[in-house]
Design a protein around this ligand. Structure first.
Ligand code: FEO
Ligand code: CA
Ligand code: CA
Length: 641
C-alpha cells in the first residue's frame, strides 16, 4: 500500500497485503508437505486429493462426540438449494422472521425510523446499521431464560447511500456536512436490546433501561500494557487513558463473567493520512496497518480522524478488543490492550485448565496471522483481586508447520527479537505493534483469518480462512491454494486438550468452493457448494454453523450451512447441509441460539450492497436494512435437528 494515498472504496482493504514478513505461508506449507510425498503432480486437484486422504481425519485425532450426541441424527433438516431471491430462505419446517432492523427505536424518545431521514441524535436512540457479531444473554434462570434476554449486536460499518438518502444514491463527498458525519458515527458501534418472546414465540423489543447504544463517540477506558503509552497519547488525551468510541465492530466474544467483547476490525480506513513529515516509526505503523483512505468521509468534519506528523496517534487507539458489561447501561467500555492490536475478527473465549482464560482471535487481512491470549491466572482469582483476567497474560501467534504440528509463539518484550533495538522498548510497544512483532517471531501468514470457534464437546478449535486472491499470497500446507478464491477451514487440537498449551496438531476441516466435481480443489460435495467462510460457531451439541461473506458459487446469495464434525464420508469430509440463504448484496454473519436451542438469531448484513434488494420489506419500506433474523422450528424443536 502506498503511504498516504487513498484506499479505493471498491476494493476490500482486507484483500491487500501489508505484511512484509518472511514467515511461512500456509499454502507453502501444504505444498512442501505434499511435494515431499510427491502427490502434487496432479496440481490443485492432486493437492485436494492429498488433503482429503492424508490430512482430513488423519491429524488431529478425529473429533469424538460425547455419547449423548448421536452423530447420524445431529443434522435432521433437508438442505435447501443455493438462493437468488430477495428473501431469507430456511428449510421446510422452519420459519425465519426479520427482527430489530437498522433504525429500530430502542431508547430515549424512541424516534421512529425514517429511511434516509433520521438525525444523528435519533440514530443514537435506534439500532445501528450493519449487524455483525452477536450474543444472546438470558435474563432468567431455566426455560424462562430462553424467552427473555439481552441481544448484543455489533454494527460493523455503514452504507452511506442508504444511511443518508434511503436509496442507492451516494451523496458526493463535497456535500458532506458535520451532521452527516455525526449520523454515520452514530450508526456505528453496538446495540444492547432487551427482548422477549410471547407465548406464540413472537419476539419483541422491551422498553428497558438496559437498552443502549455504544457509538464511535462513546467514552472508553484503556487497560493493559498499552494504557497511557506514548503511542496512545493525543492532544485531546495527553494521558492516553480515554478514547472516544469503537468502530468497525465485526465479530465478538463472550466471557464467563457475562461481559461482551467487541472486536475492532478495519479501523484503518476511517482515517485520512495527510502529507506531512513522519518519523520512521510513524511511517512503519501507518503502512503496516494500512492507515488512510477516509473511507467514510469523517475526516472532513472531525479532526480526530486526520493523521499528521504532529497528531499521529489516534489510529493507534483502534484495532483493539473492547470489553463492556451489557447488564449495566452506565458501564464504561474498556479497550483491553493485552489482546493485541490488529484487525480483530472474533475474540473467542475458552476457559482452560486451572480456570485460565484463553482468547482466540484472527487478523483479517491477506497474509495475516492467528493469535491466542492466555491469562496468567484463574479468572475467578483475578477478579476476586479486582483485576481483569484480560489484562495480565501472554499473547501468542500461531505457526503452522508443514507436518501437521503447530506452535504458539509468545509475543513478550525482551524475548527473542522483540527488543528495543528492533523498536520494542516495552510490552506496550509489542502490543501496539502486534503485527510487526508477529512477523519477527516467524508466524505463519494465512488466507485472511476470520472467526474462531471451539467445539464444546471435544475442544477442537475451528478457524475460517475466507479467501486470498492476492498475488502476494504466501502458500503453505495450511493455506494450500493460490489463488484461493473460495476459502477453507482449518482446525486444531491443543496438545493434551489443554488450551493453554504452546503446541497443537492441525488439519483442514474442509476446503470450500464449487464442489469436488468442479476440479477447483474443494473437498466438499457439489450440492454443498459455498465460498468465503467467515462466521463460524459450534453450538452446544457440536453442529458447526458456517456463514459466508463474499463471492458464492454460481453467483448465488450468501448463505449459512451446518457441518457435522462427527459424521464424515469415506474421504473424511464432514456431513454438510445448507440451512439458510440470504438476500442480494448481503453477507450472513452472527449466529447464536437461546440456551434451549429452540430460537436462533442470525444477522443479515448490508442487503442491497452492490445488488438490488428491498429486504426486509417491512411496513412497505423499500430501503434495504440490515437486520437480525429469528429462526424457529415449526415443531418447536432444536434448531438444526
Ligand atoms: Fe468483518 Fe473480516 O469480516
Ligand atoms: Ca466477518
Ligand atoms: Ca468477511
Amino acid at each position: 500500500m502506498t503511504f498516504g494515498t487513498d484506499i479505493d472504496p471498491d476494493i476490500d482493504p482486507d484483500d491487500t497485503s501489508t505484511n512484509p514478513s518472511s514467515g511461512p505461508r500456509f499454502d507453502d506449507v501444504v505444498q512442501r508437505r505434499a511435494s515431499r510425498r510427491t502427490v502434487l503432480a496432479g496440481g490443485m486437484a492432486g493437492a485436494a486429493a492429498f488433503l482429503t486422504t492424508n490430512l482430513l481425519g488423519a491429524t488431529p485425532a478425529a473429533a469424538t462426540p460425547p455419547s449423548r450426541v448421536r452423530a447420524t441424527e445431529l443434522i435432521g433438516f433437508d438442505p435447501i438449494p443455493l438462493g437468488y431471491d430477495d428473501e431469507v430462505v430456511v428449510p421446510t419446517g422452519y420459519t425465519a422472521r426479520p427482527f430489530i432492523p437498522w433504525g429500530t427505536p430502542i431508547a430515549g424518545d424512541h424516534p421512529a425510523f425514517v429511511a434516509g431521514g433520521n438525525t444523528a441524535a435519533e440514530q443514537e436512540q435506534q439500532v445501528g446499521m450493519h449487524h455483525d457479531g452477536m450474543h444472546f444473554y438470558p435474563m432468567a434462570p431455566g426455560p424462562a431464560g430462553s424467552k427473555h434476554g439481552l441481544l448484543v449486536v455489533n454494527h460493523e460499518y455503514t452504507d452511506e447511500n442508504y444511511l443518508h438518502t434511503g436509496t442507492s444514491t451516494t451523496p458526493a463527498k463535497s456535500t458532506w456536512t458535520p451532521e452527516m458525519v455525526a449520523l454515520s458515527q452514530a450508526a456505528h458501534g453496538l446495540s444492547v436490546v432487551e427482548v422477549n418472546a410471547d407465548a406464540s414465540g413472537e419476539w419483541s423489543v422491551a422498553k428497558s433501561p438496559l437498552n443502549r447504544r455504544i457509538t464511535a463517540n462513546t467514552p472508553m477506558s484503556v487497560s493493559g500494557p498499552a494504557a497511557g503509552h506514548r503511542l496512545m497519547r493525543t492532544s485531546e488525551d495527553p494521558e492516553g487513558q480515554t478514547i472516544l468510541g469503537t468502530i468497525n465492530n465485526c465479530s465478538h466474544g463472550v466471557t464467563p463473567w457475562n461481559t461482551y467483547l467487541a472486536c475492532e476490525e478495519n479501523f484503518n480506513g476511517y482515517f485520512r493520512l495527510d502529507p506531512d513529515t513522519y518519523t520512521p516509526e510513524q511511517q512503519a505503523l501507518a503502512s503496516r496497518y494500512g492507515v488512510g483512505g477516509d473511507r467514510f468521509n469523517w475526516a472532513t468534519h472531525d479532526s480526530r480522524f486526520v493523521v499528521t506528523g504532529t497528531e499521529p496517534n489516534e489510529p493507534n487507539r483502534f484495532g483493539w478488543v473492547v470489553e463492556f458489561d451489557p447488564f449495566d447501561a452506565t458501564s464504561r467500555p474498556v479497550k483491553r490492550t493485552a489482546l493485541g492490536r490488529l484487525k480483530h475478527e472474533s475474540a473467542y473465549v475458552q476457559v482452560a485448565k486451572g480456570g485460565r482464560i484463553v482468547v482466540y482471535t484472527g487478523d483479517d487481512q491477506v497474509n495475516e496471522h492467528v493469535y491466542k491470549f492466555v491469562s496468567n491466572e484463574n479468572w475467578r482469582a483475578a477478579r476476586a483481586r479486582g483485576r481483569s483476567p484480560l489484562d495480565e497474560g501472554t499473547l501468542y501467534v500461531a505457526k503452522f508447520n508443514d507436518d501437521g504440528s503447530g506452535e504458539w509463539l509468545p509475543l513478550v518484550h525482551g524475548q527473542g527479537d522483540l527488543t528495543e533495538a528492533n523498536g520494542f522498548a516495552d510490552q506496550g510497544d509489542v502490543m501496539i505493534k502486534t503485527r510487526m512483532a508477529a512477523g519477527m517471531v516467524g508466524a505463519t501468514r494465512m488466507d485472511r483469518p476470520e472467526w474462531v470457534s471451539v467445539d464444546p464437546n471435544t475442544g477442537m478449535v475451528y478457524l475460517t480462512l475466507t479467501n486470498n486472491n492476492s498475488s502476494a499470497k504466501v502458500m503453505s500446507a495450511a493455506n494450500p491454494r493460490k489463488p484461493n478464491p473460495w476459502g477453507h477451514i482449518v482446525r486444531w487440537n491443543e496438545t493434551g486438550g489443554d488450551h493453554t498449551a504452546t503446541t497443537f496438531e492441525w488439519d483442514l476441516f474442509l476446503i470450500a468452493g464449487q464442489g469436488r466435481g468442479s476440479g477447483d480443489g474443494s473437498t466438499i460435495a457439489d450440492e454443498d457448494a459455498f465460498g468465503s467462510p467467515d462466521g463460524i460457531w459450534s453450538d452446544p451439541e457440536g453442529r458447526v454453523w458456517i456463514q459466508t461473506d463474499g463471492t458464492q458459487p454460481l453467483g448465488a446469495n450468501d448463505q449459512m450451512l451446518a457441518a457435522n464434525p462427527y459424521l464424515t464420508d469415506d474421504a473424511g469430509v464432514p456431513q454438510l447441509r445448507r440451512f439458510l440463504t440470504g438476500v442480494p448484496g448481503c453477507e450472513v454473519t452472527g449466529v447464536v441460539t437461546t440456551p434451549d436451542q429452540r430460537t436462533m438469531f442470525v444477522n443479515i448484513q448490508h442487503p442491497g450492497a452492490g445488488s438490488p434488494s428491498q429486504w426486509p420489506h417491512l411496513d412497505g419500506g423499500t430501503t434495504p436494512r440490515s437486520a437480525t433474523v429469528v429462526v424457529t422450528k415449526d415443531d418447536g424443536g432444536v434448531i438444526g435437528s
